[in-house]
Design a protein around this ligand. Structure first.
Ligand SMILES: C[S@@+](CC[C@H](N)C(=O)[O-])C[C@H]1O[C@@H](n2cnc3c(N)ncnc32)[C@H](O)[C@@H]1O
Length: 187
């Protein structure tokens, strides 16, 4: 390869990278405009609080089914799947970029199944535990959970209480100057 060809490859590489970054930003701006909440991952402190809450209802070796509704980049499911060794996980994500990221992130974990779709179009009937970080005041998800989910299934929600389900616990997550809550519900 001569110097001229090397320059062409480098410029083409930079251009492709630039296009990928633009597509990524575009997808996220679109998602922020039309899909709410956008893909903001649950922070570590809250994720630990959610895990601690789940430990009260499920044993580490228990065989059970978990669904993360809006799995995003898959970090929360990862944390749960590390602890609950025998559980099976289904992550449902509407947006392609986070779905793809999750798919790559979990590629070596046979316990995790990922679905690229709206959780409103998937059956929620087979799960014992739901994890979510969804929107306050949304009626479709609570209605669907009440209609389809197993009686007694646990729903742990970051930041949003799910009105209509039985509230078991409201757990505080403290930050330096702020606090927010994890809500534990039963269907
Ligand atoms: C705030 S993020 C939380 C991500 C992840 N659950 C976490 O806690 O780290 C919410 C995610 O839900 C996804 N989402 C929103 N509506 C959805 C729907 N109807 N079906 C599937 N995913 C949805 C968004 O694309 C976004 O990735």
């Amino acid at each position: 390869m001569n110097l001229e060809q090397a320059y062409i490859y480098i410029i083409a590489g930079i251009f492709i990278l630039f296009v990928i970054i633009l597509c990524y930003i575009y997808v996220h701006l679109i998602s922020a405009l039309f899909i709410w909440p956008p893909t903001i991952p649950t922070d570590k402190r809250t994720a630990n609080k959610m895990l601690e809450a789940a430990k009260k209802y499920f044993n580490q070796q228990q065989v059970f089914e978990v669904a993360e509704l809006g799995v995003g980049y898959g970090g929360l499911t990862k944390r749960f799947s590390r602890y609950f060794e025998a559980a099976k996980f289904t992550g449902i994500e509407l947006l392609f970029v986070p779905y793809l990221f999750s798919k790559i992130y979990h590629r070596k974990n046979p316990k995790v199944r990922l679905i690229h779709n709206s959780f409103l179009n998937e059956s929620l009937s087979g799960f014992d535990l739901f994890l979510t970080f969804y929107i306050r005041g949304d009626k479709k998800l609570p209605e669907k959970l009440m209609k389809e989910a197993k009686k007694g299934a646990i729903v742990i929600s970051n930041n949003f209480e799910i009105i209509g389900l039985e509230l078991l616990e409201k757990l505080e997550v403290k930050y330096l100057v702020d606090k927010h809550y994890v809500y534990v519900h039963r269907v």
